[in-house]
Design a binder for this molecule. Structure first.
Ligand SMILES: Nc1ncnc2c1ncn2[C@@H]1O[C@H](COP(=O)(O)OP(=O)(O)OP(=O)(O)O)[C@@H](O)[C@H]1O
Length: 547
C-alpha cells in the first residue's frame, strides 16, 4: 500500500521536475522513500516466512496432540471397523493441513483483502468507476473456488480408502516386518501390481477433479485479464481527460501489475490449495468434535466376581458372531484357563472380559458394574500379539504404569521374574539399553521380546490379569518355569489364561473349552480328561507327540 502511495509521490515529483517546478532533491528523496518501503516489505516478508515455519511446527504438534487424545478415547473395538479406520486416516491427513488452511485464511483476511480494499479505495478516490475493476476481478474468484470445494471434499472422502490400501502395499514391499518374507516368497511382483493398480485408481480420481479445477481456473484467468485490461483502459481515458495526474496514472499502472500478480498468486496458489485441502481439514475437525464416549472411569469394585451373561460379539465386517451367547462367572481371585482350537473366540472373549470390546449382545459385569464403565487402572494384560517398543529396556517395562515408582532395582527384579536375562553381551547398558533397530538399538529374538512383554504385564499393579498365549515364542524350559511363576503371581488376583499347551493350563482352578464362539465344556483338568469330549480329544492329540 505504501509502495503505491510513495510511487505516486515519485512520479508526481518527476512530472513536476519535467515541468521545471521542483528540484532534483524531491525526486531523490521520493526514490529513497521507495527504496525504504521496498526494503521494509522484503524484511517483513522474510520475518513472516521464518515465523511461519516455527508457528507451523508448534501449532502442528498441538493439533496432533488433540488428535492423539481423541484417538486415545476411542473404543478399542472401533479399530476393527474399516470405515472408522478410514475416518482416523482422513483425520490424520487433515491435521497436517489445518495449520496451512489457517495461515491461508489469515493471509486472505489480513494481507490480500487489506490490499484489495486499499486498492479499491485508492482507485475510487482517483475516479469512482475505477474501483469497479477490483470487484470484477475479486468476486468471481471467490465464487468459483466455493464451487470447487465440494469436488475436492468428494475426492478426499473417496480417496481415503485407496490411500490406505496403497500405503499398506507399500508397507508389504518396504517395511522391515514384511520385507524379508515378501522377498523370500517372491511376492514382490504381486504387491507391486496391487500397489500400481491402487495408484492408478487414485490417479483417475485425482485427474477428473484436477481437470475440473484447471478449467475453472482458466475461466478465472480470463476474467482477471479482462479486469486488468478494463482498469488500464479506464486509466488511460482518465489521464487523457486530465481527471487524474500523470503521477497517479503511472503509480496505478505499476501497481496494477502487482495487483494482477497478487491476484494470480492468490487464485492459483493460496485459494486453490485451500480449496483442495478444506475437505481433509474438515475431516480432522469433525473427528475432534465427535462426542467422546465414556470409555470407563469408575474404579474396579473391590473383591468382585466377573460375570458374563448371554455375551456375544460380532466384528463389524464379519457375518457371524466370534463369541456367541456365552454365560460365565469367574469368581474373585480364581484363575480360569480358556482353551480351544484356532478361531474359537478365546482372544475376543478376553477382550470383552477386560472391557476393551463392548459386547454386541449381553453384558459383562464386575460385581454390579458394567465392565465398559470401569477404568483399566487395575487390569493388566500380556497380549498374544505384543508390541516391540523401540525404547530402553527400562521404559519398555515401566510403560505399563508410568506413574508407579520405577527404581532400577524394581525393574531388574521384574525382568528377572519374567526371565529377561540382563547379560552384558545383549543388554550392553543394562536396563538402560536401547532396544530395536529403529533408533540404532539392540535387536532381540522373538522370545526375548516376549519376555519383556511379560515383564511389562507383571510390573503393572492389577486385580485382573489376562495372559493371552503369553509364552508362544518362549523355549519349553523357560515356559515351564514361567507357568509355575504365573500360578504364584495369579494367586492374589483374578486371572484368565489362554494357552494351546494343555499341560500348562493345569494350574488353573477351572478350564473353559471353547468351540465356534461357544463354551462347550468346563471343569478342572482331571475332570475334563476323564470326560469324553473336546478337551480329551485335544489332550490326547498333544500327548501322542510325547508318548
Ligand atoms: N478383526 C476381526 N475382524 C473380523 N473377524 C475377526 C477379527 N478378529 C477375529 N475375527 C474372527 O473371530 C473369530 C474368533 O477369533 P479369536 O481371535 O477370538 O479366536 P482365538 O480362539 O483367540 O484364535 P487363536 O487361537 O487362533 O488365537 C475367528 O473366526 C476370527 O476369524
Amino acid at each position: 500500500m505504501l509502495q503505491v502511495l510513495v510511487m505516486q509521490w515519485f512520479f508526481d515529483a518527476a512530472t513536476e521536475y519535467a515541468n521545471h517546478n521542483r528540484n532534483l532533491g524531491m525526486i531523490l528523496f521520493s526514490l529513497g522513500g521507495l527504496a525504504v518501503v521496498y526494503l521494509f516489505y522484503h524484511f517483513m516478508d522474510g520475518l513472516g516466512n521464518c515465523y511461519e515455519e516455527i508457528f507451523g511446527l508448534s501449532v502442528g504438534q498441538h493439533l496432533n496432540k488433540l488428535m492423539f487424545k481423541r484417538i486415545d478415547s476411542l473404543n478399542a473395538s472401533e479399530f476393527e471397523d474399516t470405515s472408522r479406520l478410514d475416518t482416523i486416516h482422513k483425520s490424520v491427513n487433515g491435521s497436517g493441513k489445518l495449520i496451512w488452511i489457517g495461515v491461508t485464511l489469515l493471509d486472505i483476511v489480513f494481507y490480500y483483502t487489506t490490499y484489495f480494499i486499499f486498492m479499491g479505495w485508492y482507485l475510487f478516490s482517483l475516479k469512482p468507476i475505477l474501483a469497479l475493476s477490483v470487484v470484477i476481478v475479486f468476486v468471481p474468484v471467490i465464487l468459483s473456488q466455493l464451487v470447487l470445494v465440494s469436488s475436492f471434499k468428494h475426492l478426499e472422502a473417496a480417496s481415503a480408502p485407496i490411500r490406505r490400501e496403497y500405503e499398506y502395499y507399500e508397507r508389504c514391499l518396504t517395511d522391515k516386518e514384511y520385507f524379508k518374507e515378501t522377498r523370500l516368497l517372491g511376492a514382490t511382483a504381486f504387491f507391486n501390481d496391487l500397489y500400481t493398480s491402487s495408484i492408478h485408481r487414485l490417479n483417475r480420481m485425482v485427474f477428473r477433479t484436477q481437470l475440473r479445477k484447471h478449467l475453472v481456473q482458466l475461466t478465472l484467468n480470463i476474467v482477471t485479464v479482462t479486469g486488468y485490461g478494463l482498469i488500464v483502459y479506464m486509466l488511460f481515458v482518465s489521464v487523457m481527460k486530465q481527471e487524474i495526474s500523470i503521477g497517479a496514472f503511472a503509480a496505478v499502472l505499476a501497481s496494477i501489475g502487482s495487483l494482477y500478480r497478487f491476484m494470480n498468486k492468490l487464485i492459483s496458489e493460496r485459494i486453490a490449495w485451500a480449496t483442495e485441502n478444506i475437505g481433509s481439514t474438515e475431516n480432522y475437525l469433525d473427528f475432534i468434535d465427535e462426542p467422546i464416549q465414556d470409555t470407563g472411569s469408575m474404579p474396579m469394585p473391590a473383591e468382585s466376581d466377573i460375570e458374563l451373561r448371554g455375551v456375544s460379539f460380532k466384528y463389524p465386517v464379519a457375518t457371524s458372531n466370534a463369541v456367541d451367547r456365552v454365560d460365565l462367572i469367574i469368581p474373585y481371585k480364581q484363575t480360569v484357563a480358556l482353551v480351544g482350537e484356532n478361531g474359537s473366540g478365546k482372544t475376543t472373549l478376553c477382550r470383552m472380559i477386560m472391557g476393551l470390546y463392548p459386547p454386541t449382545e449381553g453384558e459383562v459385569r464386575y460385581g454390579k458394574v458394567q465392565a465398559s464403565q470401569v477404568s483399566y487402572d487395575r487390569t493388566s494384560a500380556i497380549f498374544q500379539k505384543y508390541r516391540e517398543y523401540n525404547t530402553t529396556l527400562k521404559e519398555n517395562v515401566r510403560i505399563s504404569q508410568m506413574q508407579k515408582k520405577a527404581e532400577d532395582a524394581a525393574i531388574s527384579s521384574v525382568c528377572e521374574e519374567a526371565g529377561v536375562l540382563i547379560s552384558s553381551e545383549v543388554y550392553t547398558e543394562g536396563i538402560h539399553t536401547m532396544l530395536g533397530r529403529e533408533f540404532g538399538g539392540t535387536d532381540l529374538s522373538g522370545g526375548q521380546w516376549q519376555r519383556i512383554a511379560i515383564a511389562r504385564g507383571l510390573f503393572r499393579d492389577s486385580d485382573l490379569i489376562i495372559l493371552d498365549e503369553p509364552t508362544a515364542a518362549i523355549d519349553p524350559l523357560e515356559e515351564t518355569r514361567l507357568y509355575n511363576d504365573f500360578s504364584t503371581i495369579c494367586q492374589d488376583k483374578t486371572a484368565v489364561i489362554v494357552s494351546h499347551r494343555l499341560g500348562s493350563v493345569k494350574l488353573a482352578d477351572r478350564i473353559i473349552v471353547m468351540k465356534e464362539g461357544r463354551i462347550v465344556q468346563e471343569g478342572t483338568h482331571d475332570e475334563l480328561i476323564g470326560t469324553e469330549g473336546e478337551y480329551q480329544r485335544m489332550y490326547e492329540s498333544q500327548r501322542k507327540w510325547y508318548a
